[in-house]
Write a new protein. Structure first.
Length: 616
């Protein structure tokens, strides 16, 4: 081989090695366990790319090499960044959601950690090197070209074989089959999904209704039944509120004094309540609360099922004489709310377009101004009313103006997501306190049932800094189970109720819980959740952030293995955190799969109208 050609080959080989090292660094962050298998899995796709680049001749060769290597680097960069924030890899399925990125640009900027740039560090030197290199025509012998082609073909076969071996949830395919197999498999899945809309399972709808709808819910003899009869329903979906801030002090400073006061007086506080969202995030929380159905782990429900029929809490309340309103200090079209609220039974939607927006914090209207303006709307609307209020000031990256920051942070927490988070939650708590006062002043307090919960986690443990700071702050290992724990406070003024409940529950349980307090029944639709004031055992079926089949009950947490093999799963005691035998979890695993599959099946096939007809 001519020595110049050898240099070309060495260049390509070095780039291949750099990409291999970067890929393995990514896999360390992905907490992959089988590194040997991963190396074997990621070598073929990289050899295909660099093998093909090596076959390019002529003047454009260097340019194509730079482009190819840069694309690989950006894929790894995006994967690392996305995983650190969300706990799994990006899917092409979520490309329609990219439209939302400019609106949350601040949050995205905060996602970029300088360390991630390791994936891109070599691009500029690479360009400089190739620019300075003399252009010349490369001439490989026929034999070496032939070898190169064979390598590419054999690697292609190996790559395809690896992909065909993927089992379990596609979103976790990277954990055993490498990131590149995951991405290709993801694309193949999307293509096959768009030709075949519904899931492969077919269920009998009568069986679903029979198994899911709880007959006990038709009885009046339940605890707290009707204690809030005919009251206004005020649902406050508190952005990113996690449970750890409740009753917690930071360097002697109470983080949420107003929430703490509220939950100690005329309230039921659920401290083992968990988020239940998919890619639709905030909007999925709203959906789950209003429908008592599970979100979809593949899509945002508000984006995907705009044409579906629903039977929601607002629908039921309207049939019982309520007016319905949603209030949110941001653009009406965000998360498709302007399209989805009408078919969720919400007649009136007050968004930033209808409010005075001179007091913005982060994404939209600051909570104090938002509550203040909302009071006027709530005073005007016909009573009793249902109102869904979605707050914003504690939205990622949790930056609130300096003059509004009241918590004195230690130096190490300045300019960290954690520091920002507790500042913004503290501000949002103060705003909530003012809102309660305003409700009283406007005569709306006594006759209302007020529910407050966090829509989802704010500090994801995938980010190294969050994990470190939170583990130290809480004194326990900060993992997903901890971060997904959001508080639920049900405040019923004047009842003298004062309860702390540790039954586990999630957003899916709110609808049946609320209607029991109002003395109402759902004879028409389907509810996957349970009334948390009457349920004997709590149960949370998880399917997002962790694989489907994972669950939490009152004693334990079960996390299904990402490779889809039951025996590789993990389970531990909810309180002691001691590992437990996963065989004790099989029943719960099957229950979790069934519940989420049934719910997804109804959504995919738009079956709510049929359910209503069957319930007649
Ligand atoms: C925006 C707000 C935040 O309207 O609901 O949404 P999120 O980014 O948390 O899903
Ligand atoms: Mn949110």
């Amino acid at each position: 081989m001519e020595s110049r050609n050898r240099i070309d080959l060495i260049e390509i080989f070095i780039l291949f090695c750099i990409s291999l090292v970067k890929t393995m660094i990514l896999h360390v962050y992905l907490e992959s366990q089988h590194y040997f298998e991963i190396i074997i899995a990621v070598i073929p796709p990289l050899l295909i790319v660099y093998g093909l680049l090596n076959l390019i001749k002529g003047k454009k060769r260097n340019l194509y090499i730079i482009i190819g290597h840069t694309i690989i680097s950006f894929i790894l960069f995006a994967d690392l960044m996305y995983y650190q924030h969300f706990g799994f890899l990006p899917s092409v399925r979520l490309i329609p959601l990219l439209k939302l990125v400019p609106s949350v640009a601040n949050s995205v900027a905060f996602m970029i950690h300088p360390m991630y740039l390791i994936m891109l560090i070599d691009i500029i030197p690479l360009i400089i090197y190739f620019k300075s290199k003399k252009k010349r025509n490369i001439t490989y012998s026929r034999r070496s070209k032939r070898i190169n082609r064979y390598v590419v073909i054999i690697m292609l076969i190996a790559f395809i074989v690896n992909i065909t071996f993927i089992n379990g949830e596609s979103m976790y395919a990277y954990s055993d089959h490498g990131v590149y197999s995951y991405h290709v498999y993801d694309i193949v899945n999307i293509i096959s999904d768009s030709t075949e809309e519904t899931s492969t399972n077919i269920y009998d709808l009568d069986t679903i209704i029979e198994e899911v709808n709880n007959k006990e819910y038709l009885s009046d003899k339940r605890r707290y039944h009707g204690i809030a009869k005919n009251r206004n329903v005020i649902i406050i979906q508190f952005e990113s509120l996690q449970d750890f801030v409740i009753n917690r002090k930071y360097r002697g400073q109470e983080l949420t004094p107003n929430l703490n006061k509220l939950l100690n007086n005329d309230s039921i506080y659920f401290n083992n309540y968990y988020q239940q969202v998919g890619p639709g995030n905030t909007s999925d929380a709203e959906f789950t609360v209003n429908n008592s159905m599970y979100p979809i782990y593949k899509y945002s429900v508000y984006k995907k099922y705009t044409e579906n029929n629903f039977y929601t809490l607002p629908h039921l309340l309207k049939e019982n004489g309520y007016s319905t309103i949603a209030l949110h200090g941001y653009k009406e079209e965000f998360w498709n709310r302007n399209i989805m609220y009408p078919n969720q039974g919400i007649d009136d939607f007050i968004s930033i377009e209808d409010l005075n927006d001179d007091n913005t914090i982060g994404l939209g209207i600051g909570d104090k101004s938002f509550y203040n303006q909302s009071i006027k709307k709530l005073s005007e609307i016909n009573k009793p009313f249902y109102s869904l209020m979605i707050t914003l000031s504690s939205h990622n990256p949790y930056e609130i103006p300096e003059e509004k920051q009241k918590i004195k942070l230690s130096e190490e927490h300045e300019d960290t997501l954690f520091g920002n988070y507790i500042q913004s939650v503290n501000y949002a708590d103060e705003a909530l306190g003012e809102f309660i006062v305003e409700l009283k002043e406007n005569g709306l307090y006594d006759n209302s049932l007020i529910m407050i919960y966090g829509d989802h986690s704010g500090l994801f443990p995938n980010r190294e800094d969050n994990k470190e700071i939170m583990t130290e702050f809480l004194g326990v290992n900060y993992d997903f189970d901890e971060s997904m724990n959001v508080p639920l406070i049900i405040h019923v003024p004047g009842t003298g109720i004062n309860e702390n409940k540790s039954i586990v529950g999630s957003h899916v349980d709110l609808f049946p819980t609320i209607i029991n307090l109002l003395g109402l029944k759902n004879n028409k639709g389907i509810m996957f959740g349970q009334d948390l004031n009457n349920a004997k055992e709590g149960f949370v079926a998880l399917q997002y952030f962790v694989p489907k089949g994972s669950f939490i009950d009152d004693k334990k947490i079960f996390i299904m293995s990402k490779d889809g093999i039951f025996k590789n799963s993990r389970a531990w005691n909810l309180i002691t955190k001691e590992p437990i035998d996963i065989e004790n979890c099989r029943e719960g695993y099957e229950k979790a799969i069934k519940k989420t599959d049934y719910s997804n099946y109804i959504l995919e096939n738009n079956l709510i109208r049929e359910i209503i007809n069957k319930n007649k």
